[in-house]
Structure formats: C-alpha cells, structure tokens
Ligand binder design. Structure first.
Ligand code: PGA
Length: 239
C-alpha cells in the first residue's frame, strides 16, 4: 500500500506567491500539503493530485471564538486532513483535554485527523519503555471516548527529533509503532496508519519508509525544499 507523506509547512512561507510556487512542486499522489490557514485557498487552486491539510482546528463547532477556525470552514475550503496535537501546539498550551475535543470534532465531521504524539528527551533518556509509557498515556487521554474510525492517523514524533536534524533510530521507531498499533487496537478497537515525524529528509527517509509497520512520514523542514521533498515522495512511492 502506498505510503503517505504529509508536508507540514508550519508558519511558512511568507507570501501567497511563495505558497503557490511551493504547492506546485509538492503536488504528488499520496501527499497531503498542510499550509498555514491563510494559504489554504491558494494551495487548493493548485493541487490536483495531493490532498489539502490544515495544521489545526477549533475545538468547538461554532461560537464566538476570536482567532479560531471552525471545522465547517476547513471543509468548505476542501480540506481533507487536519494535524492535531502537534508538539509545537502542545508547547503553546494545548492540553490533552483540548486535543481530545479537536479529535472528536474532526472525526465527527469526516475529516482525517492526524494525532501527533511523542515524548520529550528527558523521558527518552530513560529508555524506550519509558517513552512507550508516556505515549500510551497521551493516547489514552487524547482518544478518550473515540469510537472505531477509519479516519484516524497517528504521527509518532519524538519531540527531541523535531527540527533538530536528529531523527529517531528506525528500529526503535518500529518498536514504538508496533506498541502504538497494539495499544490502539486493544483499548479502542482502532486499526490505524502510523506515520513517523522528526527530521525526515531525503537521506534518512528510506530507513523509515521501507519498514512495513511505518505507513508514511510527517515532514516539516524538508517539505520546504522542493528537490529534497521530491526525493522523499519518490522513496515513499516505491513501498
Ligand atoms: P521536521 O518537523 O521534519 O522539521 O523535524 C516535523 C514536524 O514537526 O512535523
């Protein structure tokens, strides 16, 4: 089955013109392009093969929420995927409770929700088992009350690997992936796709994407570099 690559542009690029250029060179099958909200519409008009993703969604369906973007607004723009609980948003104050509400809103409205989980370095230094306990707790809280769904994806992103150039050891990612999949099945009866994220680039992508248990990658920095991104997508298309 083709592997999925999510391009998380984060708070880039600066202008709509740059977004259009970047969208043009990111338009491949089995790719999800996730620009900042203000460039979603521009990207939508370019993308023919890739799907459109958002980087966040409001936790309420409607209401007086200054600065928030509702799930219905995303859907009206043609968004199919939404990244929820990215560690950069958790660092800004998003709690598991809020993330749980966002996941439910996304799933109830037929968006594909990409839930990001991952441990900080202090935890990983205590070993893989400690990291699994940490991630297991995140899953329990973030997915509380979530019923069987085909629209849920999990991105395992160890915090220390994000934007640092230090990716995880693929063998340990596989062990974590198996842990997460088993956990989701036993606790929620959910079969899910699992993506790895954290300093994925053209050089290390193969080591992750050739693993059967890993169903794709969430790519930040390298998604802003067209040549590098194209190589990652090519590798993904071979598995
Ligand atoms: P990175 O970001 O590829 O730049 O490490 C990944 C992410 O934050 O999703």
């Amino acid at each position: 089955m083709a592997k999925l690559i999510i391009a998380n542009w984060k708070m880039n690029p600066r202008t709509e013109a740059e977004s259009l250029k970047l969208a043009k060179v990111s338009d491949f099958p089995n790719v999800v392009v996730a620009p900042p909200f203000v460039f979603l519409d521009a990207a939508k008009n370019i993308l023919r093969r890739a799907d459109l993703g958002a980087q966040n969604v409001a936790a309420e369906k409607e209401g007086a929420e200054t600065g928030e973007i509702a799930v219905s607004q995303l859907k009206a723009l043609g968004v199919r995927y939404v990244i929820i609980g990215h560690s950069e948003r958790r660092a800004l104050g998003e709690t598991d409770r809020l993330i749980n509400r966002k996941i439910k809103i996304a799933l109830e409205n037929d968006l594909k929700a990409i839930l990001c989980v991952g441990e900080p370095l202090t935890v990983r230094k205590r070993g893989l088992r400690a990291a699994q306990n940490f991630v297991g707790k995140q899953l329990l809280s973030d997915l509380r009350g979530v019923r069987k769904s085909n629209n849920l994806l999990i991105a395992y992103e160890p915090i220390w690997a994000i934007g640092t150039g230090k990716s995880d050891n693929p063998a340990e990612t596989v062990a974590m992936t198996i842990f997460i999949k088993k956990n989701l099945y036993s606790k929620f009866k959910i079969n899910t796709k699992l993506l790895y994220g954290g300093s994925v680039n053209a050089k290390n992508a193969l080591a992750f994407l050739r693993e059967g248990e890993i169903n794709g990658a969430l790519v930040g920095g390298a998604s802003l570099k067209p040549a590098e991104f194209k190589k990652i997508v090519k590798i993904a298309s071979q598995y």
